[in-house]
Design a protein. Structure first.
Length: 365
């Protein structure tokens, strides 16, 4: 390192601006060029109509990417002095570069042929996030539940349950009522007698906070399956799961989940016949080991490695929120088992799977 710094100092004639320019400009140019190439190929997937065209596009992208990397490292490894014989050096470089291109072509041909032949789109269960679709009601309200279930027929409706100060289970997402009612009240510090008088407003609709038992009864009447999230606070962690026990028979065919792993494990112990999952808020260290039935991950962290690792544990994988047709179609090729969305139209079959798959490989590979 010391010798390199001294040599760099000598080569640039001790010009600090010139050294800084070379030090920062060359890597920036390389990274910018690489990023623009990748973006260009992702945009080019919009024009695809055939699988063979998609695979050819991926091959060209990979070859260009690897040649660019090779040229960058050749530049870094270039000798300080001019070679005495230019022709043999140039000829040798051309041969090695050609061999690199041929090797890339062969390896990536095998890789992408395998990917397109073996990897197939799954049909994940469709889940309405908080029971609404495209702002068709107030989140977690019974009216939105009925509207979404009867008109859009999702496989599941995801909803949120909290415990009040007097140990009643209510259906609401936020811990306080600031957003939906403009009131400075926390759910776990307010009694049901007070909460039931509050009017919620969202998307041009009004509603009251429902009791969970009423929401559950409405869903069972509609034969609508629920994905029930227990939202935990420090005041409710030790009691909220016990409040579900009297509703065991009504909970049949529904699924439970929580962002608190201890709570999720307790629910699985209390309801061994139900599917219970853990909500993974982010993927920094991967999902903690557990024996639950599924893991619900953020769509931004829905990469192939994480999904494959969870499937290796025999756990299903859900992702949230997915709010575009293209993202939903691409994630189908990531072998997801369930997708949560705020807009049920993202599950439209009009999306071109071949384009979504190509974009998925470019983005995740």
């Amino acid at each position: 390192m010391k010798k390199s710094i001294v040599l760099s100092w000598q080569k640039t004639k001790k010009s600090i601006p010139k050294q800084l320019t070379l030090f920062f400009l060359i890597p920036v140019i390389f990274l910018t060029t690489s990023l623009l190439i990748k973006i260009g190929f992702i945009w080019a997937t919009q024009l695809l109509t055939k699988q063979s065209t998609a695979m050819l596009l991926l091959l060209v992208y990979r070859i260009i990417q690897n040649v660019l990397w090779a040229l960058f490292f050749l530049y870094l490894a270039a000798p300080d002095k001019e070679p005495t014989s230019v022709e043999p050096k140039t000829k040798g470089s051309i041969i090695w570069l050609s061999l690199s291109v041929i090797a890339c072509l062969g390896l990536y041909s095998l890789h992408y042929t395998h990917a397109f032949q073996i990897q197939r789109a799954t049909n994940p269960v469709t889940i309405s996030h908080r029971g609404v679709s495209d702002h068709n009601g107030i989140q977690n309200s019974i009216d939105a539940l009925k509207r979404t279930s009867q008109q859009l027929h999702p496989d599941f409706i995801e909803m949120d349950v909290q415990e009040t100060a007097d140990h009643q289970l209510v259906v609401i997402h936020d811990e306080d009522l600031k957003k939906l009612a403009d009131k400075n009240l926390r759910v776990d510090e307010t009694t049901w007698k007070e909460l039931k008088k509050v009017t919620l407003r969202e998307n041009g609709y009004t509603s009251q906070i429902p009791l969970f038992k009423d929401y559950l009864a409405a869903a069972n009447h509609l034969n609508q399956k629920l994905l029930i999230e227990l939202k935990i606070t420090a005041k409710t962690k030790n009691s909220i799961t016990h409040k579900l026990l009297p509703l065991e028979s009504e909970l049949a065919n529904h699924e439970l989940q929580s962002m608190d792993l201890d709570t999720a494990n307790q629910m699985k112990k209390d309801f061994p016949k139900l599917k219970v999952g853990y909500i993974l808020p982010h993927d920094l260290l991967g999902s903690p080991k557990n024996s639950l039935d599924f893991v619900n991950i953020e769509s931004r962290t829905a990469n192939g490695d994480l999904i494959q690792a969870l499937h290796h544990r025999n756990q299903a994988v859900y992702a949230w929120p997915v709010n575009s047709e293209r993202q939903a179609a691409a994630l189908r090729f990531q072998q997801l088992d369930g997708i949560l969305s705020d807009d049920m139209s993202v599950f439209s079959t009009k999306s071109e799977d071949i384009k979504a798959k190509t974009a998925s490989i470019l983005q995740f590979d």
